[in-house]
Design a protein around this ligand. Structure first.
Ligand SMILES: Nc1nc2c(c(=O)[nH]1)N[C@H]1C(S)=C(S)[C@@H](COP(=O)(O)OP(=O)(O)OC[C@H]3O[C@@H](n4cnc5c(=O)[nH]c(N)nc54)[C@H](O)[C@@H]3O)O[C@H]1N2
Ligand SMILES: Nc1nc2c(c(=O)[nH]1)N[C@H]1C(S)=C(S)[C@@H](COP(=O)(O)OP(=O)(O)OC[C@H]3O[C@@H](n4cnc5c(=O)[nH]c(N)nc54)[C@H](O)[C@@H]3O)O[C@H]1N2
Ligand SMILES: [Mo]
Length: 672
């Protein structure tokens, strides 16, 4: 007899869907969207609908594993949990005694975006061990720093309010793939005559439908946005009253933008001045106008300043204060909920490792070597830059690597010990979306597959085995939850709502109007258009464009956006096919590359061997390999990450994936 149970999706996506899980004889046989959440509205993406295939699939790790062959070959023997945990505890303890706690590096990111399974009991363990801190910078840090500096992470325009907009600007974001529950609201607005502008180097499905598609060269959003700011001021389109009453820094911003006339910006962006003028005019003349700012514009050396220059637009043009006007970025900071509140342990004064520099950090001869690496909620070999450096590090014989994951990922193949993790359908999770505004408590819908265990169970057990437990520690998941809610002003109400309905709405309401219902969470509730702290942080100051130094040997910009097949690398085991490089005909022809040809995509960091797909939808000068590929998706096992530099963004030390510059060479005698 099938029965259905509620759950919520904590995977790294803005939408945080409410789910309906169907079980037959205790096994999940169907997963779909629930009606109880109006944004989920009864449907979910095709890839998560396939989650049960992964859950019971052959890449699932069923028991703890111990390496018996060379690193990378995935030759393992099964172990009991008791033996595996003893071994891990012993090796962590030995590492700490011989080399100091900082030789231990916990490595975690977006596997479960939930609040229960990260920065809670794990933080307690690693802090008490004195392990190195991890700066979790691979995503959303440059945009986050900009939003925080300007508006103190004020809550954004909610998806349903997009129906009220007369203009929707999708800037460096691809919601038909990366947050599909925004789409019905965009379509509804369009039905009522709203205009759509898309800023993206690719002609995406969304861009194809847009009234205006501006395709800047990757990494040039900063001059583009500053040129728009400049036109707003110059043409008398700025809302001087709003700037005076609700912001500061407008004069400095105006001066910084003044040098960016449309001609100068257009030549850097490789577009026409007319396109910049059209964008500025459309924005100035439409109200309500909402900007959906994404993450595609942050993954380059100018990413933080670029996001800031986009986020000032509604302030300069006076677009706040009406329903359907303003901006949406990430809402995750707006909750004010911190998983770390439950760790029961302050951050120790130890070194911090920027996760984008994993390869460098693991390199032999590093100043403070890492001797034990503990990976969970993350697949760094597939998702961090400088893949070959990461691989070399993982191959080190003197490195003890634990990978705790539900699946045998590319990273897990290099582990000394693999620990099987329960997936979100097999455990509890406190789920908050970063686009939508529902907080959800998701209970285990199905029994754990094999011997898999939850993050909390495993980290709590390691705390005990290492003799690090203390009275007052949050022992059970209930206690962890209580500790997360305790410091929050509305914690009691949120916990009660979750208890009753499994779902709670944010204190700012489901549909806040910016500068009416919510204000900047800055100390003076004003927007800071040129915040000093960001100006000090950016190497050449905020809004200072750092040009692409140019590399004649590697003239093409490689971007690696999200696709509808995976979430980062999650679910990549279900995508078995060879994945091609997309290249514009203008770049393919002089290289003698025809559709289907075998090619080598290369730079000084690495190379990818795959097929070429001629595609006029990527702009000239740009090639594309998706993010999140597994080694089985290319001929030589390397992915876009092998070509991505580990240089850092201007704000927040973020990843510069889209600063990858490559050459593409046809491999002889192998036509497609
Ligand atoms: N299906 C699916 N959904 C996902 C994910 C996934 O992997 N798959 N990942 C999730 C995660 S972790 C995140 S962070 C979000 C990311 O979601 P998005 O913000 O949509 O980010 P990306 O897919 O990286 O890039 C968005 C768009 O930016 C464009 N782009 C690339 N470089 C530039 C540039 O320099 N300027 C501009 N203006 N545009 C540029 C790309 O062509 C792409 O179409 O999505 C989440 N949702
Ligand atoms: N080339 C390129 N690479 C990129 C990007 C890009 O634009 N270009 N963007 C990046 C972005 S936006 C992001 S957010 C990062 C994400 O990078 P990662 O954080 O590495 O994300 P995933 O690839 O989804 O890997 C998450 C892993 O966690 C595991 N997991 C899931 N749930 C649990 C759990 O409950 N417990 C445990 N122990 N494990 C669990 C999953 O099975 C999966 O293997 O990748 C970045 N990588
Ligand atoms: Mo991300």
């Amino acid at each position: 007899m099938p029965d259905t149970r509620p759950a919520a999706c904590p995977l790294d996506c803005p939408d945080a869907c409410s789910l309906e899980v169907t079980l037959t004889d205790g096994r999940v046989t169907k997963l779909d969207g629930a009606e109880r959440n109006p944004v989920t509205a009864g449907y979910i993406c095709a890839k998560v609908r396939r989650f049960p295939e992964a859950m019971y699939g052959e890449a699932r790790v069923l028991k703890p594993l111990l390496r018996v062959g060379p690193k990378g070959e995935a030759a393992f023997h099964e172990l009991s949990w008791d033996k595996a945990l003893d071994l891990v505890a012993e090796r962590l303890d030995e590492t700490r005694r011989r080399y100091g706690g900082q030789a231990i590096l916990p490595f975690y990111y977006g596997g479960s975006n939930g609040l229960l399974s990260q920065s809670t009991t794990d933080a307690r363990l690693f802090r008490r061990l004195g392990a190195s801190n991890l700066d979790r910078t691979v995503c959303a840090v440059p945009t986050g720093r900009a939003a925080e500096g300007l508006y103190g992470k004020m809550a954004g325009v909610s998806y349903p309010d997009y129906v009220h907009a007369r203009l929707i600007v999708a800037w460096g974001v691809n919601p038909t793939v990366s947050g599909i529950h925004l789409m019905p609201f965009i379509q509804e607005a369009r039905k009522h005559g709203a205009k759509l502008a898309v800023i993206d180097p690719r002609r995406t499905r969304l861009a194809r439908r847009a009234d205006l598609h501006v395709a800047p060269h990757p990494g040039t959003d900063l001059p583009l946005a500053l040129a728009v700011v400049n036109l707003l001021f110059e043409n008398g389109w700025a809302d001087e009253a709003f700037l005076e009453e609700q912001t500061d820094g407008a004069d400095r911003l105006r001066r910084a933008a003044a040098e960016w006339n449309p001609h100068k910006a257009a030549s850097i962006c490789r577009i026409t001045p007319l396109e910049i003028e059209q964008l500025a005019r459309l924005y100035a003349e439409s109200s309500p106008a909402v900007i959906r700012c994404g993450w595609g514009l942050e993954r380059n050396r100018n990413g933080g300043s670029a996001a800031a220059a986009v986020l000032v637009l509604p302030a300069v043009a006076g677009k706040f204060g009406v329903r359907g006007g303003g901006y949406t970025l990430s809402n995750s900071g707006a909750w004010g909920l911190s998983a770390e509140a439950s760790a029961g342990e302050p951050k120790p004064a130890v070194r911090t490792v920027n996760m984008n520099e994993l390869g460098k950090t693991l390199a032999p001869g590093a100043h403070t070597p890492v001797k034990a690496l503990f990976v969970y909620n993350c697949n760094p070999l597939a998702t961090m830059p400088e893949q070959e450096k990461v691989r070399k590090g993982l191959e080190r014989e003197d490195l003890f690597t634990v990978v705790f994951d539900p699946f045998l990922t590319d990273t897990a193949r290099y582990a000394d010990v693999v620990l099987p993790a329960a997936t979100f359908l097999e455990r509890r999770e406190l789920v908050k979306g970063y686009g939508t505004s529902a907080l959800q408590l998701s209970e285990a819908a199905a029994a754990p597959v094999g011997e898999s265990r939850t993050n909390h169970e495993v980290f709590a057990e390691l705390v005990r085995r290492l003799g690090l437990a203390r009275p007052g520690d949050a022992e059970t998941e209930d206690e962890v939850l209580r500790a997360i809610f305790a410091p929050h002003p509305e914690g009691g109400r949120l916990a009660a709502d979750l208890e009753r309905a499994g779902l709670a709405e944010a204190g700012w309401g489901t549909a806040p109007v910016q500068f009416v219902d919510v204000f900047p969470l800055t100390p003076d509730r004003r927007a800071h258009l040129f915040p000093d702290e960001l100006d000090r942080e950016a190497p050449e100051g905020l809004y200072a464009y750092r040009p692409d130094p140019g590399d004649r040997r590697h003239p093409l910009a490689l971007i690696s956006p999200s696709t509808d097949k995976t979430i980062s690398s999650s679910l990549g085991q279900l995508r078995r096919e060879a994945v091609p490089l997309r290249i514009h005909p203008v770049d393919a022809v002089p290289r003698g590359i025809a559709d289907g040809d075998r090619v080598r995509v290369h730079n000084d960091s690495g190379e990818v061997v795959c097929r070429a797909r001629i595609d006029p939808d990527v702009r000239a000068g740009v090639v594309e390999l998706p993010k999140g590929l597994w080694s089985h998706n290319t001929e030589n096992g390397a992915t876009a990450n092998a070509l991505a530099p580990d240089t850092l963004t201007d704000l927040g030390g973020g990843a510069c994936f889209n600063d990858a510059r490559v050459q593409v060479t046809r491999l002889d005698g192998e036509s497609g």
